[in-house]
Design a protein around this ligand. Sequence first.
Ligand SMILES: [Zn+2]
Length: 337
Amino acid sequence: MIKLELIVPVQAEQCIALLKRMPKGHPVRPIVEKDLRVWLKGYYGELNVAYHLSFLPEDEYYIFHGLRLKDKKAFQMDLLLVSAKFALIIEVKNISGKLKFKKGSDLMTRELNNLEEGMDNPIQQVKRHHLQFNNWLKYHQFKGIPVERLVVISKTSTIIETTPDNLHIFQTLIYAESLMDKMRELETKYTKPRITKKVLSQLSDTLLKEHHISIPDVLQKYNLSQSDIKPGVQCPNCRSFKMKYISASWRCDECHFTSKRAHLSAIKDYFLILNPTITRKQLAEFLQIEPVKARHLLFSLKFPSSGTKRGTKYYLPKNCILCPLNENDMKKGEFFT
Ligand SMILES: [Zn+2]
């Protein structure tokens, strides 16, 4: 049973919002485009692994995609599977080329088109998550559940290379195609329930309660300022920023398309790029409408808020991204120049 759905990563959503709102020819665009390709590749890798997991018995496993918890530091697991018998943390990698692993190193090397680059070693990464998740379980007083870990390489076209003294990595490093075999192996290892169904359900509720999506500061990351970001509402039909808000509806000056919801995507971009909170005045400026209309829109959105009157700050509900993108939106590839 899927408890936490796989979504397009927030970082990819941020790159898309930036590409939509940064002028063509901006020097930072190629860096954002490159990052977006990496995030999307990771997402497609996870979609592939999710397909393999769909063969698991629904009632035995709780599946969490992208669960982000806090130990001393926050950590995000690509996948967490929990049953009454064991838990399994999975780090998914969708990387082209040849991956070379050295014994005990925090780095792996990726070789592609005769170029070598160092990358974080996912085996070490999942080892850290394993430690952090065990600490988390202890802190929340869930005892007795063994936790396993795996790195899953989503494509068999990725070549993995290591030295003869390091072959034990293949116990925790597998291809997605072998995932179900690995699950059967773990089911043979853990035959008895370690926790009751009731505790399993409590664990699942606590995991969801403690899950927090974070929205990184992209202006700082790419050294951008607010003036690099185009304000306004984009027409969902012709992609121009010439939407006007007239009689509770958005109308495009360019193609005459009308929409009652076109502002949602703009507000989402505001939260993704500019600020975790928004005031009536900020919304009016960003959507380029009168403050009284901004007030009306904010009222209809029912966002949580703090403060009073004109100083009221509104923010997104926990773990909410307005109108999240889905797989079909992604395939258009229209974000790239
Ligand atoms: Zn239009």
